[in-house]
Design a protein around this ligand. Structure first.
Ligand code: AMP
Length: 114
């Protein structure tokens, strides 16, 4: 765990969050500034900077995507559809340098993203 990482501190319970589901290696909580009626973040408990590092962390990517599918179903998004986004690096819009998948749903999505 990194003491100066916001999401490590959320995972450790040091900073409050609205957790909706959790597993051994991950947790899902509501984004503090939701961009859709449902906006969750799925993060690993261990500190991994971004999806660019997943190649060197065996099995974690699959576990997190399974968690994404689980929480999307739990939030009632399975049939209506949803969007999964992970920003990698500041240039792509990543503001918290701890891997997270955004799960967005509850409204129509547009493409291409900005
Ligand atoms: P990104 O910009 O892709 O790195 O996404 C970071 C996300 O974390 C943003 O959507 C923020 O609104 C969200 N966020 C920042 N601080 C918190 C917090 N304390 N609890 C929940 N979500 C947060």
């Amino acid at each position: 765990m990194s003491n100066d990482c916001l999401f490590c501190r959320i995972a450790a319970g040091e900073i409050p969050s609205e957790i909706v589901a959790e597993g051994e290696g991950w947790l899902a909580f509501r984004d503090i500034q939701p961009q859709a009626p449902v906006h969750l973040l799925v993060i690993p408990r261990e500190h991994v900077e971004s999806a660019a590092e997943l190649d060197s962390v065996p099995a974690l990517g699959g576990e997190l995507l399974q968690a994404v599918a689980r929480v999307a179903t739990q939030e009632g998004l399975h049939d209506e559809g949803f969007r999964v986004v992970t920003n990698v690096g500041e240039r792509a819009g990543q503001s918290v340098m701890h891997l997270h998948f955004h799960v967005l749903g509850g409204r129509r999505m547009h493409w291409p993203p900005g």
